[in-house]
Design a protein around this ligand. Structure first.
Ligand code: PLP
Length: 367
């Protein structure tokens, strides 16, 4: 939209923004292509859905639709406080963890300041940072993952925030405890490090660090978590940040008073009580990942090794084209051209039958 008449009047940072491209909803595909029975393996949603306990809690909360939600989220914060063994003052709830990322940018970034991230980093970091007028400093990736040394080299006196997704989306790459700890030790204390752990539940490695355990050691650390992925509550929009009470106080000053709705609050609290659902989700993911890797190998395709609930495949040809062809087969995947990975497609791990459907469609389309 280069002919947008209002563009010159928009805030400077906003002028440089491109809208986030979400995964195509099933309803849109079926409307556009006149097909039915399609599958979506595009947005890293939990193919098992949410816990039945969460669904029941949300249903019950529906009765109180006319009332504002608890803006202080007392009950969910108490549950999270117990889970993480941290005071409630250290927890900031968001309308999805994306909301928390946005709060961080609004509190700590602005014109004349810069922020450091990696090539192939999650799309929300540049959007939130540019929107408030900050400059982006992007470190080249190493084997598709974050190169912490290159990131540290970009930090200067005007850097306020460094973003790290562990594991990263869309690459599925991850950082081990030692290297991340070393990075945090070297990072100047006045620079915020955001550690985005949206996929923490899926990572099985013993060298994978739980960033929340570092909060007392690193007062400049903010760890973000979400209920959108393993907990299966993506549509309700609820996530949170863990950090020092001083930082949380600032985030709360810009937070919209009722940014998390009552149904999300109730469902999230109930979801925390259902570890079995998380275990089942993680098992389905592990088995699905093993199946997909074996099948990709059979098809002679390469991929970026991933510890998340998704995998980015190197097609050696335009991912956008294969994406379109797969749509015709009723399979929605996620192109990652906007991440400057034009030959990759990101696939979310589905149910066994969805994974088989994806492989069959991919095999047909590539033949
Ligand atoms: C999905 C995702 C999120 C979570 O987004 P919500 O707003 O909580 O739904 C955050 N970070 C990364 C890297 C993600 O992939």
């Amino acid at each position: 939209m280069t002919d947008n008449l209002w563009l010159p009047r928009a805030a400077t940072g906003v002028q440089t923004l491109k809208p986030y491209q979400p995964g195509k909803p099933i309803s849109e595909l079926e409307r556009e292509y006149g097909i039915s029975d399609s599958v979506k393996v595009a947005s890293n949603e939990n193919p098992l859905g949410c816990s039945p306990k969460a669904l029941a809690a949300a249903r019950e909360a529906l009765e109180e639709m006319a009332l504002y939600p608890d803006g202080g989220a007392f009950s969910l914060k108490a549950a999270l406080s117990a889970k993480h063994d941290l005071p409630a003052e250290c927890i900031t709830l968001g309308n999805g963890s994306n909301d928390v990322l946005d709060l961080i940018a609004r509190v700590f970034l602005g014109p004349g300041l810069n922020t450091v991230m990696s090539e192939y980093a999650f799309a929300v970091y540049p959007i939130s940072s540019l929107a408030v007028g900050a400059e982006l400093k992007i470190a080249p990736a190493k084997d598709y993952g974050h190169d912490l040394e290159a990131m540290r080299d970009l930090v200067d006196e005007n850097t306020r925030v460094v973003w790290i997704a562990n594991p990263n989306n869309p690459t599925g790459t991850w950082l081990a405890r030692d290297e991340l700890e070393h990075f945090l030790e070297e990072l100047p204390g006045g620079v915020i490090c955001v550690l985005d752990e949206a996929y923490v539940e899926y990572v099985g490695h013993e060298d994978y660090p739980d960033g929340s355990l570092w909060l007392s050691r690193f007062p400049n650390l903010i760890v973000t978590r979400t209920f959108s992925k393993a907990y299966g509550l993506a549509s309700l929009r609820v996530g949170y940040g863990l950090c020092s009470s001083d930082i949380a106080d600032l985030l709360n000053r810009v937070r919209q008073p009722f940014n998390v709705n009552s149904f999300a609050l109730a469902a999230a609290e109930a979801a925390l009580q259902d570890q079995e659902h998380i275990d089942n989700s993680v098992r389905n993911n592990r088995e699905g990942m093993q199946y997909l890797e074996a099948e990709l190998k059979r098809l002679g395709l390469e991929w970026i090794p991933s510890v998340g609930n998704f995998i980015s495949i190197d097609l050696q040809r335009s991912g956008d084209e294969i994406y379109e062809l797969l749509l015709r087969e009723g399979v929605i995947t996620r192109p990652v051209t906007a991440y400057r990975l034009p030959n990759h497609l990101r696939i979310s791990i589905g149910l066994p039958e969805e994974n088989q459907r994806l492989i069959a469609a991919l095999e047909g389309v590539l033949a």
